[in-house]
Design a protein around this ligand. Sequence first.
Ligand code: MLT
Ligand code: MN
Ligand code: ZN
Length: 298
Amino acid sequence: MARLTALVLGSAAGGGVPQWNCRCRICTAARDGRVRPRTQTALAVTADGIHWLLLNAPPDLRGQILATPQLSPRPDAGPRSSPIAAVALTGAEIDQMAGLLHLREGHRFDLHGTGDVLAALAANPMFAVLPADRVARHTLPAAGRVAGPGRLTIESFPVPGKIPLYREDDTTETAAAVTGLIVEADGCRLAFVPEIAAVTPAVRETLATADVVLLDGTVFTDDELIAAGAGHKTGRRMGHVPIDGPGGSLQALDGLPGRRIFIHLNNTNPVLLEDSAERRTVERAGWKVAHDGMEIVP
Ligand code: MLT
Ligand code: MN
Ligand code: ZN
């Protein structure tokens, strides 16, 4: 019997590696072939090898599907088909949701998101290309579980988050439409939390129930973008807990059972350099750094 398998379709933050308009040392190294290029974060998960669930749908999704033979139309399924049976979203940020527009070619699938995320979708007329009679919307509870495709269950749990970039100017907005997900089959549990502003004790408790955790590794230090001259916001201000420092994910998840992998890596993050001191630090603490094409079998 096939078992829970996850493929990392993309492992970078919204900018990708390299980022189109960036010549920081890591983007430069990526252009020179000294750092692996990475596309925007998304996962494909299956339990039966037939039905696949996508976790997030970034703008890079079309290329990611084409680069993944497991997601090609099957020869026995008629002229138009796809093994992609469902998509679950962790938020309404551009790099979590905009790639749904690539899935507009008449394919039927189930779409899972929190009420906030489905409301953001409904508020944007472009997503009408995914009509509800073909792309059925299912509301994820703030905390709870629903059935996914092919023996998978999808569990959602609240995580401290942020306002999507395109809603930052709305001063009335305080809630953050971000959720953590745990996908489970046959007792194997994989947690996917690509955006989290702080690792609270409650989040740690939930993550401790997973066999493998994929966690927000956007920045190594909180002021990394500022130090690189690449922006004016801290990691926390962007809704991304830093890896290092007090309250960082290394500290907050020290000793967590199960495998731990950083994903949603910003191109300023020195862990992307395989010979860096920061890469050694995370590896010594028991973490791995995701890359596109990585296969995870919990
Ligand atoms: C974020 O999570 O902050 C995004 O990756 C930013 C972006 O999409 O540019
Ligand atoms: Mn992002
Ligand atoms: Zn860069």
